[in-house]
Design a protein. Structure first.
Ligand SMILES: Cc1ncc(COP(=O)(O)O)c(C=O)c1O
Length: 397
């Protein structure tokens, strides 16, 4: 393999802001005013790994971009199985469905498992996609509180939410927005509840490659054969490989009946949905050749994310725990005596930094009083944002 020509460094020299202004949507550079630093959506400011870029270009040059196999390219599904086996999940390619993003996989899984009248249990706070996809399927969502400070779970509360109507337990590991990597013991406790109450576990592991603390990533499906059989594992390439705009993700479901139902609901059979050929080529290259680049990116985050948390915690009235996974920070902010939506607006107007408010619609009611900041960028972008925040806080007294 030819040596990489672009170095694995994650500083300002690698960030092309004029390109980001044309390409980074979803509350980011292309959608904010020019002097604003966006620390909003969970995606990176860095260009994708060179082997992935080359694979896309090579495939496009070959000139054939026809329809793909219904479940996704077999070579990609094999690569996904190999990746899952590194997470101790034994999987076969015919139980992998490649879709246009982890979000699409979540939606298809929820539609296959949940019907109107059913209930789904998830957490509060948690990324809106988990309750949203459950609700799209017609289910009522009940939310178990997790501590927004350390992300710990109240298991008594969790079990008390489960009834005969409950069909699914939706987890997010590592957890968006608290950045907690779920402990093996916690996963075992959830798995026991799922077995006791005959629930399907839908595990969103789109952040699983971004482990920056000392707690190892455990996939719930790796706990036992029984648990794997009742779990739908979801992941993708948006967070760790910068492929968010390619819209590609996947799910694994061992249970054949449920898998076929998911395939039915996903829209791949009638061609109303699915990942494009180029996206799948990119995903396969990321799995097969993107490892060294991805590891360097995670190394960069291992210093940047805790550093940012420490700096934020220096601001009066801000408490920012250090995440164990993800590149998201979720500080509680009691400064300025404002609700978090007004505060985010105030920070945008006065400091020209865009952040996500801990609003109920994004994360649930327990996100109140928090902000979420995404820092998959260079140290100097983060420092510029911190300097602005610190100047704003300085005006408070
Ligand atoms: C928990 C979670 N699931 C899914 C997604 C979306 O992933 P994708 O871009 O692959 O659809 C995100 C993105 O923010 C996320 O945080």
């Amino acid at each position: 393999m030819a040596p990489p020509t672009r170095p694995f460094i994650f500083d300002d020299t690698q960030i092309d802001r004029s390109q980001l202004r044309k390409t980074a949507f979803n509350l980011r550079w292309a959608t904010v005013e020019e002097d604003v630093i966006p620390l909003t959506a969970g995606e990176m400011d860095f260009p994708i790994a060179e082997p992935v870029s080359e694979a896309i270009q090579r495939h496009a040059r070959e000139g054939y971009l026809g329809y793909c196999p219904k479940l996704g390219f077999e070579t990609l599904r094999e690569a996904i199985c190999e990746d899952l086996s590194n997470r101790s999940i034994s999987a076969s390619p015919d139980r992998i469905l490649v879709l246009d993003g982890a979000a699409a996989a979540l939606k298809a899984a929820c539609r296959a498992i949940l019907n109107p009248g059913d209930e789904a249990v998830t957490f509060d706070p948690v990324d809106f996609l988990l309750p949203h996809c459950s609700e799209l399927a017609g289910a009522k969502v009940l939310r178990c509180p997790v501590s927004p400070i350390d992300g710990s779970i109240n298991f008594e509360a969790l079990e008390s939410l489960i009834s005969s109507k409950t069909k699914a337990l939706l987890i997010c590991n590592p957890h968006n927005p608290t950045g907690r990597v779920l402990r093996k013991e916690e996963l075992s406790a959830m798995a026991n509840l799922a077995e006791k109450h005959n629930l399907t576990i839908i595990s969103d592991e789109v952040w699983s490659e971004i482990i920056i603390g000392t707690i190892p990533m455990t996939s719930i499906a790796s706990l036992s054969d029984e648990i794997r059989k009742r779990t739908i594992t979801i992941s993708g390439f948006s967070k760790s490989d910068g492929l968010s705009g390619m819209r590609v993700g996947y799910l694994h479901c061992e249970n054949e009946t449920i898998f076929n139902k998911i395939v039915d609901f996903s829209g791949v059979l009638d061609t109303t949905s699915g990942a494009t050929a180029l996206s799948q080529v990119a995903a396969e290259a990321a799995l097969k050749e993107g490892g060294p680049w991805r590891s360097s990116f995670v190394e960069h985050l291992k210093s940047l994310v805790p550093y940012t948390a420490d700096q934020l915690s220096q601001l009066a009235g801000v408490d920012c725990p250090k995440p164990e996974g993800t590149f998201l920070l979720f500080p509680s902010v009691s400064a300025f005596d404002m609700d978090c939506e007004s505060l985010a607006e105030f920070i945008l107007t006065e400091a020209r930094v865009a952040v996500v408010p801990g609003a109920e619609r994004w994360f649930g009611s327990r996100a109140k009083g928090h902000l979420r900041l995404s820092v998959a960028t260079s140290r100097s972008v983060v420092d510029a944002a911190l300097e602005r925040l610190s100047a704003l806080w300085g005006q408070q007294s």
